[in-house]
Design a protein around this ligand. Sequence first.
Ligand code: 5GP
Ligand code: MG
Ligand code: MG
Length: 183
Amino acid sequence: MGWYADDIERIIVSEEQIKERTKELAEQVAADYADRDGVLLVGVLKGAVMFMADFARAFPLPTELEFMAVSSYGQAATSSGVVRILKDLDRDIADKHVIVCEDIVDSGLTLSWLLRYLASRGAASIEVVAFLRKPDAVKVDVPVKYVGFDIPNEFVVGYGLDYAERYRELPFVGVLKPEVYSR
Ligand code: 5GP
Ligand code: MG
Ligand code: MG
């Protein structure tokens, strides 16, 4: 471990597991897209950056990259899944085969909004590849076709996921020690 040894209570998904699973996922997705001209990955900033970068490099078909940044409105609006676009797509996605790269699906509300938005922009097809999925995700009706790891209902950091903008750079997924929250 590095500087973070004092902050991490336990590792949930190791760097090795991530490497292996990302390769498997990329091959699985590629098999489904073998007859297309290529895909457009849409990454949701900032959490999906690490996963998207590794997934794209393991994905054996032509790939374009786009990014969006969104933020949920206040509590009331969140339940209706209304989000604000902080950074929109740079280009037209009409007739593209879009694969949304997500860091983690929990309530699925943001993702649900995003899928409607991408559909309204005329994508030829839309699927989701999520690095992590939490148990509550099964309660919502968001079609997440590809999932890296199902994890327990705990707050995790690392591999893109933050706590107060920290820990995104860790090469694994872990749980923070309780004292980190009270520092
Ligand atoms: P949802 O809209 O599915 O409830 O939540 C998705 C977003 O909530 C994720 O993109 C992520 O930013 C945040 N989130 C949900 N669970 C976790 C977690 O365990 N750790 C971190 N760092 N963020 C989480
Ligand atoms: Mg996300
Ligand atoms: Mg966050």
